[in-house]
Ligand binder design. Structure first.
Ligand code: NAD
Length: 337
């Protein structure tokens, strides 16, 4: 049993905690509470052990008796998943994980340099095997890497241009949205392109990004120059047969990010999550003249696509060498293909 602790029990941390609890080869040691909130109450109801960070007065005031502090969590775990807000993971590495010599997995808010190993299971599982520290790339980078990896393996990629149309905030977030504007990222390329290269090292990619007034998923548009000719039917089959990618169709009335989120709720996904990257079948195109320019659109559920990646990365850093097997076990527990 791999003993896992979660530091930072918010949007990503609570999902990873539930996913760890579902794995037969893992034991959830507990989660941290930085301050009291409904998240802490839910963790308590689920029977998760709660470890205080930066004092427990706020917790005690609200009737939560913690099971210890973060140092006690570190003593009991083999590996920590750090899902704190960006830059705090890097601080925690120097403050806790390095001195305590404990393995740690960080999220996309941290820079690649914090660990030197960025991870998307189906692309580079082996790179994280037995590493002390690894980083799960952001939700957008995970989405780009999954589909581009499949395309590159089949056709070879000369170059990519991708635009990320990003949700303004997460649905629960009253601090950052909704915005009443379309906000371009005034940086060329946006950070996503270089981030993809931390996983798919040889892909030439240029990205642009903007934010819109929505909380329901990101949408990517991609233009990919291929080394070999392709057909739309072949690309549809490729995506249908690639793990953690779901082809969605106009005929199903899955025409928008809102309908995909409703669909995820209808099929009974925990929290209405959609960890697969959804590619619209009708939005896959190949240029008619040379048949070597591929265009497609995909939707990324920002709150959940990185969650199975965290589970596979836990196995990788603790020495489980078979990436395909890990993906299979994780997928089964999530009910995804
Ligand atoms: P969040 O704000 O929802 O949750 C962060 C949690 O960490 C909160 O519960 C907060 O109380 C806690 N926290 C704050 N300081 C802490 C500390 N010093 N020690 C312990 N806990 C502390 O954030 P999130 O959206 O889950 O993001 C976490 C990481 O995941 C970031 O790196 C982010 O970039 C990345 N990420 C977020 C999303 C997303 O869409 N939300 C998607 C992919 C990756």
């Amino acid at each position: 049993m791999i003993k896992v602790g979660i530091v930072g029990y918010g949007t990503i941390g609570k999902r990873v905690a539930d996913a760890v609890a579902m794995q037969k080869d893992m034991k959830l040691v507990g989660v941290t509470a930085h301050s009291y909130s409904f998240n802490t109450e839910v963790a308590k109801q689920k029977g998760y052990k709660i470890f205080a960070v930066d004092g427990d007065s706020d917790l005690k005031l609200n009737g939560i008796k913690p099971d210890g502090d973060i140092n006690n969590l570190l003593e009991q775990a083999d590996v920590i998943v750090d899902a704190t807000p960006k830059k705090i993971g890097k601080e925690n590495l120097g403050r806790y994980y390095k001195p305590k010599k404990i393995k740690a997995i960080f999220q996309g808010g941290e820079k690649h340099e914090v660990t030197g190993t960025s991870f998307v299971a189906q692309c580079n599982y082996n790179e994280a095997v037995n590493k002390d520290y690894a980083r799960i790339v952001s939700c957008n980078t995970t989405g780009l890497c999954r589909t581009l990896h499949a395309v590159d393996k089949r056709y070879g990629i000369t170059s990519v241009h991708a635009t990320m149309i990003r949700r303004g905030a997460d649905p629960w977030d009253i601090y950052h949205g909704p915005i009443n504007a379309i906000v371009p990222v005034l940086e060329m390329p946006s950070h996503h392109g270089p981030d993809v290269q931390t996983v798919l090292h040889n892909i030439e990619i240029f990205t642009t990004a903007l934010s819109v007034p929505s909380t329901l998923m990101h949408l990517h548009t991609l233009t990919v120059d291929l080394k070999k000719k392709a057909s739309v039917d072949d690309v549809v089959e490729l995506f249908k047969n690639s793990t953690r990618i779901r082809v969605v169709r106009n005929a199903e009335h899955l025409r928008s990010t809102a309908e995909i989120m409703e669909f995820a709720r209808d099929i009974g996904r925990l929290r209405g999550d959609m960890p697969e990257i959804c590619v619209w079948q009708e939005a896959i195109g190949i240029t008619a003249n040379a048949h070597n320019k591929l265009l497609y659109m995909q939707a990324v559920h920002q709150e959940s696509d990185v969650v199975p990646e965290n589970i596979d990365c836990i196995r990788a850093v603790t020495g489980f060498k078979d990436g395909d097997k890990s993906i299979e076990i994780t997928n089964k527990s999530f009910g995804i293909r």
